[in-house]
Design a protein around this ligand. Structure first.
Ligand SMILES: NC(=O)c1ccc[n+]([C@@H]2O[C@H](COP(=O)([O-])OP(=O)(O)OC[C@H]3O[C@@H](n4cnc5c(N)ncnc54)[C@H](OP(=O)(O)O)[C@@H]3O)[C@@H](O)[C@H]2O)c1
Length: 307
């Protein structure tokens, strides 16, 4: 698809606050092109744009709710009509430890988390990937919780699960089946015995975040599948990587953490602006990247630090 204007275009999902907002801030300063701040709620998104404008930055805005397929399709059509394609996509939008209301069971909270963080990110990619231009850079926000070793239930079941996730020929369909197997095990209550994580008591500040862990392991596994698809794609030099941003002070962490949102967005923005790959300058592709920009072995670890 030919660019209509020749202008390069970057998009950040879930960018009205937190790491996504800081990613827009950094891209506005450094990316050679138009940067779209997107949000599911237009009022919150426009307010964020106003704040950035006060800092002298000029983000563009569009509504985008990844839970709503028609919103993603509408945005895709808008991008095609206005710019002819897309060059950078940071899939940042996610929900983290959604509070369980009395009416909402543990299983419902898991379903909601896996739907938004995994299925709806995957669907947004299916809708937006066809308009990526050559040398496009895609970044999925994963987590330290998205490392494969976080599948840490009872052995030997956990290592069987890990080898399924790590299979070099894993398909999207098989990955979705793994998500469904986890939800099924959560319904039956024997998820730890079936190898899935049981996070309670793992850390001092632990929330019941099994759904979040599995959703992010899913995103990390999806990154590898996406890169394999890109490697077969006729468009030149498409790259996708996933990044753990660090323990970042945001609403998602109840304002706890070790990094500012600007520090949390650094590695994601570095991956989003990787230069064209060449034999002299091979860029990471399909990698699991730590917040200090180290490429981490997703299958075997270790990770450079706890967070
Ligand atoms: N903070 C950390 O320490 C940490 C650690 C590891 C990974 N991460 C990852 O980093 C990313 C950003 O996290 P954060 O800490 O910045 O979280 P945050 O402050 O809670 O921000 C999340 C953003 O995602 C948006 N969002 C949620 N559901 C959406 C949907 N269906 N469609 C579009 N946008 C949606 C939220 O919009 P609303 O304002 O409308 O809710 C918000 O703008 C997430 O992928 C998270 O898993 C964060």
């Amino acid at each position: 698809m030919e660019a209509k204007t020749g202008t390069r275009v970057a998009v950040v999902t879930g960018a009205n606050k937190g790491i996504g907002y800081a990613a827009v801030m950094e891209l506005c300063a450094k990316f050679d092109g138009i940067v779209y701040l997107t949000s599911r709620d237009e009022t919150r998104g426009r307010k964020a744009v106003e704040e950035l404008e006060k800092m002298g930055l000029r983000p563009a805005y569009h509504q985008l709710d990844i839970d709503d397929e028609s919103s993603v399709v509408k945005f895709r059509d808008f991008l095609v009509e206005t710019h002819g394609g897309l060059d950078v996509l940071i899939n940042n939008a996610a929900i983290i430890f959604p509070m369980m209301t009395p009416a909402e069971s543990f299983v419902e909270s898991i379903r909601k988390t896996i739907d938004t963080n995994f299925y709806h990110t995957m669907r947004a990619c299916k809708i937006l990937f066809p308009i990526l231009r050559p040398h496009a850079r895609v970044v999925h926000l994963t987590s330290d919780d998205g490392h494969l070793l976080r599948i840490s239930g009872r052995e030997p079941e956990a290592s069987v699960l890990r080898s399924k996730f790590a299979a070099p020929d894993l398909t999207e369909q098989e990955l979705c089946q793994l998500m469904e197997d986890f939800i099924d095990a959560a319904k039956k209550g024997d998820y730890f015995e079936r190898g899935w994580p049981n996070s309670v008591g793992e850390r001092e500040d632990t929330w019941p975040n099994e759904g979040y862990i599995v959703s992010k392991v899913g995103i990390s596994a999806l990154t590898r599948i996406h890169q394999r698809q890109f490697d077969q794609d006729p468009r030149e030099d498409l790259a996708v990587n996933c990044v753990h941003p660090g323990y970042v002070i945001t609403d998602a962490t109840f304002q706890k953490g070790e990094k500012t949102i600007q520090e949390g967005a650094e590695a994601a923005c570095w991956l989003a602006m990787l230069p064209p790959s060449s034999p002299e300058n091979v860029v990471p592709k399909g990698a699991y990247v730590w917040h200090d920009k180290q490429l981490v072995d997703w299958v075997n670890g270790p990770t450079p630090s706890i967070y």
